[in-house]
Design a protein around this ligand. Structure first.
Ligand code: SF4
Length: 446
């Protein structure tokens, strides 16, 4: 079932109605949220086999609206990691958007003939929307470590080259529909990537990662931050518990290249003693992702986290981490939209905004900076099965407004570790929260 208040409208009507309701949210963010929830289609000639741009690396989840096996070969092999739209009839500011393949999307990238200047154009329902660039190829793509593994597999770049995404464990020990977070397809994506015969390793050795980063630094890549992440370890992996397993990477990277990058880590909410160890390695930003605020929904949507750690304990650990890290350095993610998913979610946008807004205020008033990724209902996730979702555009744009309102009311800074904030400068590609930050030109999120 589609959770959408806009089902009977065409795409332009939907966008214009939402823009009218939220006139202080930039129109670029409205289009971006709509693309993130609906995905993007590409014409065959827009995806040029030999053109230089960064292909989609499948850096952790599939973030597609259909399985690889059902995808046209061009989209499967040549979809870009991200697009940047700009200009067009409305003179849009440059805005980076992560690519979620969906051949049925009303957003379509097409090639433009030489007589019109060449390049590509983004269209909505066949009407021109913006000019489009594809993510530039990082200078190290094409290189491999000494063991022959391509660097794009070990350390892909996202956010227009700003962030190295180091998924060091590509599976999760919350396994099966009774444990996996119901919006997540990490284990299924791993399987489909292997079936597609891609180089896609379950575990990345520490020494390979350190070597990869040396090659990346030497290549002159513009990456300023890295994220160490992967699935949860509820038992042991290679004989190690979660903190011990992931900390080896942070220790090795920070010893080899101290302070060269902003080090970030996305792992579970851990006890304070382990969080201190994370900080002491040199990791600067800790993401104990919270996903969804409402108590009953947290238990329904995150059954593994709920059973192994529990919602109250998860919150306590986030607050304890905020005492260990400097202010605003604990950044738990919310998956925006899952609180409207069937069968458990809220029936109206107003209820969802009120619930998540309560969570935003709870955390931000305690020096914790929650942020979003836009829910992509992947077909292999429990929530994405059977056409569930996405949440409405009205929900997403209203949620951005709520986040910004709470942030401004509490005087919170722009989140650190996401690059520059603000329209035309932001590079964070899976939500528009960085695009909608205003009046903080002096804040360099670096
Ligand atoms: S903890 Fe949840 S969101 Fe994270 S990888 Fe495991 S199942 Fe996915």
């Amino acid at each position: 079932m589609t959770i959408s208040s806009d089902r009977r409208e065409d795409s332009w009507e939907r966008v214009l109605r939402v823009r009218e309701e939220f006139p202080d949210i930039p129109r670029e963010a409205v289009f971006k949220e709509d693309m993130l929830r609906l995905g993007i289609a590409f014409s065959a000639d827009a995806l040029r086999e030999h053109a230089a741009y960064a292909r989609k690396s499948y850096f952790i989840f599939s973030f597609d609206r259909l399985p690889l096996a059902e995808m046209d070969q061009r989209a499967r092999l040549h979809a870009p990691e991200e697009i940047r739209m700009h200009g067009g009839p409305e003179g849009l500011a440059a805005t980076v958007v992560s690519v979620r393949n969906n051949p049925a999307s009303p957003y379509r990238v097409v090639a433009v003939g030489e007589e019109e200047g060449g390049g590509c154009r983004l269209e909505l329902d066949g009407r021109p929307l913006a000019e489009v660039e594809f993510a530039p190829t990082p200078p190290y793509y094409g290189l491999s470590t000494a063991d022959g593994v391509p660097l794009i597999e070990t350390a892909p770049s996202i956010e227009w080259g700003y962030l190295l995404y180091l998924t060091v464990f590509r599976m999760c020990q919350y396994f099966g529909r009774d444990e996996e977070c119901q919006f997540c397809d990490i284990n299924h994506n791993f399987r489909q990537q292997r079936e597609d015969e891609r180089v896609y390793n379950a575990v990345k050795p520490v020494a390979r990662m350190v070597e990869a980063l040396r090659l990346i630094i030497d290549s002159g890549a513009r990456a300023e931050a890295y994220t160490i992440t992967g699935g949860s370890i509820t038992g042991r992996l290679q004989g190690l518990e979660e903190a011990d397993w992931y900390l080896r990477y942070a220790e090795a990277i920070e010893q080899a290249y101290p302070g060269r990058f902003i080090g970030k880590m996305v792992i579970q909410a851990l006890p304070a003693a382990e969080v201190r160890r994370i900080r002491d390695t040199g990791i600067q930003i800790y993401h104990p992702n919270y996903e969804i605020w409402d108590k009953a929904l947290f238990e329904a949507v995150c059954p593994g986290k709920s059973r192994y750690v529990g919602r109250d304990e998860w919150i306590e650990r986030i607050l304890a981490a905020a005492e260990i890290f400097p202010p605003w350095s604990v950044i738990p993610n919310f998956v925006a939209g899952i609180e409207m998913s069937r069968p458990h979610g809220f029936a109206t946008e107003e209820e969802a905004w009120a619930s998540t807004g309560e969570g935003l205020e709870f955390f931000m008033s305690r020096g914790v900076m929650p942020r979003f990724t836009v829910w992509c209902p992947e077909p292999y996730s429990v929530l994405g099965e059977g056409g569930n979702g996405p949440a409405s555009l009205r929900y997403h744009v209203g949620m951005l407004k709520t986040w910004r309102s709470v942030k401004e009311k509490l005087g919170a800074p722009a989140p650190r570790g996401y690059g520059q904030p603000g329209l035309g400068r932001a590079v964070f590609s899976v939500s528009s929260f960085m695009d909608v930050i205003r009046d903080q030109a002096e804040e360099v999120g670096r």
